[in-house]
Design a protein around this ligand. Structure first.
Ligand SMILES: [Zn+2]
Length: 328
């Protein structure tokens, strides 16, 4: 929760500093003494551009496509242009003095961007997405929905979008999905819905200490450049296996949180984690499993994850709007 507060309060605090800086610079350059409300309005225009660009980046970027440096320069140019215009119109300064006042108002913007890049993103909170569906329905990748034959609520049916991996490759829709309500795997009873739903974008709290059943992000044990999101099931030092649709630790059946009661784990051929081949976790190892066991490559496929590879706890889905909500 502290991380969410930081994400919200950093831009709010920097916005107020921008308004104060605009007013102070205008007074210093004189002769006008602008009202606080006009300074706040000018700062709001500058920050409006900043937040608009930030929102577009959050919703459209992927790790492979975004060029943060270019986008940041475009945002800065837009903020200077809008800021200069806003200062002239709202604070009544001359064109030349507007440049100085505008730059004063942009100092808190730059400071907030620096704090975000150097402190918040690496150590406090960051935004992620997962394009595929190992954690559906909790975190969905590209998918379409269809009614669940068990409970009627939406089934997340994984989709590989057209053109993925090779140009001209047609869309591929999975034969099965997993239910957002009862967490059971099923075949859709009819054709999936017409709308291709974009992957969830979610906020990761890097201050939280991961606990069992939390959805965590972590660096892959053998490909540390890849960050995954899975559910933390086995803790350091435990002997963990999957039996009767459930995970067991040190001989005790683990009951997931109530919303996941319908979730059934399975061990496929060639997987590890059966009662005959349990994970005997070292003092610094964990077991992570996907919520869509039939479509998840997780510790069953590539073994335990070093605890040092855990990066944070997934707390909130913020996009698409229809899937907005806390992650449990
Ligand atoms: Zn269902």
């Amino acid at each position: 929760m502290t991380a969410v507060l930081v994400v919200v309060l950093l831009p709010v605090g920097a916005f107020l500093l921008s308004a104060a800086a605009l007013r102070a610079a205008t007074r210093r350059l004189g002769p006008d003494r602008p009202s606080l409300s006009r300074a706040v309005a000018a700062a709001a225009l500058i920050w409006g551009v900043n937040l608009l660009v930030g929102a577009v980046l959050l919703v459209t970027s992927t790790p492979n496509t975004v060029n943060v440096a270019v986008t940041s320069l475009i945002a800065l140019a837009a903020e200077v242009a809008v800021g200069w215009w806003a200062v002239r119109k709202l604070l009544g300064t001359s064109p030349a003095r507007s440049v100085v006042v505008c730059l004063a108002g942009l100092v808190p913007v730059a400071a907030a961007a620096g704090v975000h890049a150097l402190v918040v993103r690496p150590y406090v909170a960051s935004a992620h997405l997962v394009p595929s569906n190992p954690m559906a329905p909790t975190l969905a990748g590209f998918h379409r929905t269809a009614p669940c034959p068990h409970c009627g609520r939406p089934l997340v049916v994984p989709v590989r979008p057209a053109g993925d991996l090779a140009p001209g490759r047609p869309e591929e829709v999975d034969a099965i999905g997993i239910c957002t309500g009862c967490y059971r795997t099923a075949e859709p009873t009819g054709p999936p819905g017409p709308h291709l739903v974009a992957p969830d974008r979610f906020l990761v709290d890097k201050l939280a200490a991961p606990r069992r059943w939390d959805v965590v992000t972590f660096r892959h044990p053998t490909r540390p450049g890849d960050v995954y999101a899975m559910r933390l099931v086995g803790l350091p030092g435990e002997v963990v296996f999957v039996r009767d649709g459930a995970a067991w630790a040190d001989g005790v059946r683990l009951d997931p949180p109530a919303p996941l009661a319908g979730l059934r784990y399975e061990v496929r051929p060639h997987d590890s984690g059966s009662p005959d081949e349990p994970w005997r976790l070292a003092a610094e190892e964990c077991v992570v499993l996907g919520d869509f066991p039939a479509r998840s490559a997780d510790s069953r496929t590539w073994g335990p994850v070093p605890r040092a590879n855990l990066e944070g706890v997934v707390v909130f889905r913020f996009y698409p709007p229809a899937r907005w909500g806390w992650v449990r």
